[in-house]
Design a protein around this ligand. Structure first.
Ligand SMILES: CCCCC/C=C\C/C=C\C/C=C\C/C=C\CCCC(=O)SCCNC(=O)CCNC(=O)[C@H](O)C(C)(C)COP(=O)(O)OP(=O)(O)OC[C@H]1O[C@@H](n2cnc3c(N)ncnc32)[C@H](O)[C@@H]1OP(=O)(O)O
Length: 217
């Protein structure tokens, strides 16, 4: 590697017995990317938020293309496999440091399910200041997967996921999300979820997750 790139930590790879699907049990760290990786993620999120609403002049667009291309080259030089990238595995950061997810913070995991605060941002705009319905489903999918993992102490994959959009899901507002396993039937994990803005129900989820067999892709 060049330009001062640091060799990534791949030390958990050989300890990982699961050869397919997700590898949640080893994909956990608080150190990859360094102590300021959370600030880096936040800058990326802010970039996406600002880009969503920006109307740059042609001259500014020219300038930004050059600057972004330089940043993209630096990131391409430190590309790594999904199991060892900080994004998605930094459990100390919002949404495990995964900038593709609406940022959430898990506040409690107990017998009633997974409780999280999720904030849809400017980047997640659907229209008229409301969150995009697909982004709401993304939040439900990930936090539903979390509830499934807790229920079966294993790795599962979404078979179906339906969302009932009950009222507007606002942007830039900390919302309360709860996901929980309603029933486990063999490999089938039936997951429910809600997102509230205070007392107001924004959306509900009804999903089926299937526990992956050993080695299943
Ligand atoms: C990454 C984590 C990092 C670390 C985190 C740390 C702590 C947190 C811990 C955990 C992780 C937290 C969060 C999770 C993260 C992300 C979650 C996102 C998950 C996804 O985003 S995932 C992508 C989208 N997802 C797909 O890409 C699936 C494509 N698909 C398939 O891969 C197969 O389709 C599969 C595997 C689903 C099933 O296939 P299969 O061959 O294994 O099983 P089979 O078909 O035999 O079904 C068995 C029984 O389920 C019934 N059944 C199946 N499908 C059904 C349906 N749709 N409706 C009704 N019933 C259904 C059958 O009828 C049968 O029922 P029965 O046994 O009663 O006959």
């Amino acid at each position: 590697m060049s330009d001062g790139a640091v060799s990534p930590d791949t030390s958990t790879e050989i300890e990982d017995p699961h050869e397919g699907g997700f590898r949640a049990h080893t994909a956990i760290t608080t150190e990859r990317g360094g102590p300021r990786y959370g600030e880096f993620s936040e800058q990326v999120r802010t970039l996406m938020d600002r880009a969503r609403y920006a109307c740059p002049t042609p001259e500014l667009t020219d300038e930004l293309i050059d600057q972004l291309a330089a940043i993209n080259d630096k990131l391409a030089a430190v590309r790594i496999d999904e199991w060892h990238s900080p994004a998605g595995t930094r459990i100390d950061l919002p949404a495990r440091g995964n900038i593709t997810l609406p940022p959430f913070e898990v506040t409690d995991v107990n017998d009633d399910g997974v409780f999280a605060t999720v904030t849809f941002r400017d980047f997640h705009l659907g229209g008229n200041k409301a969150a995009h319905g697909g982004q709401v489903a993304v939040a439900f999918d990930d936090l539903g997967g979390y509830a499934s993992a807790v229920a079966i102490q294993g790795v599962s994959r979404t078979a179906y996921l339906t969302v009932q959009y009950r009222s507007i899901t606002p942007l830039n507002t900390p919302l309360q999300c709860r996901t929980w396993a309603e029933k486990v039937d063999g490999r089938k994990v039936f997951i429910k979820g809600t997102i509230h803005d205070g007392d107001r129900l924004c959306a509900e989820m009804d999903a089926l997750f299937i526990k992956l067999n050993p080695g299943q892709q």
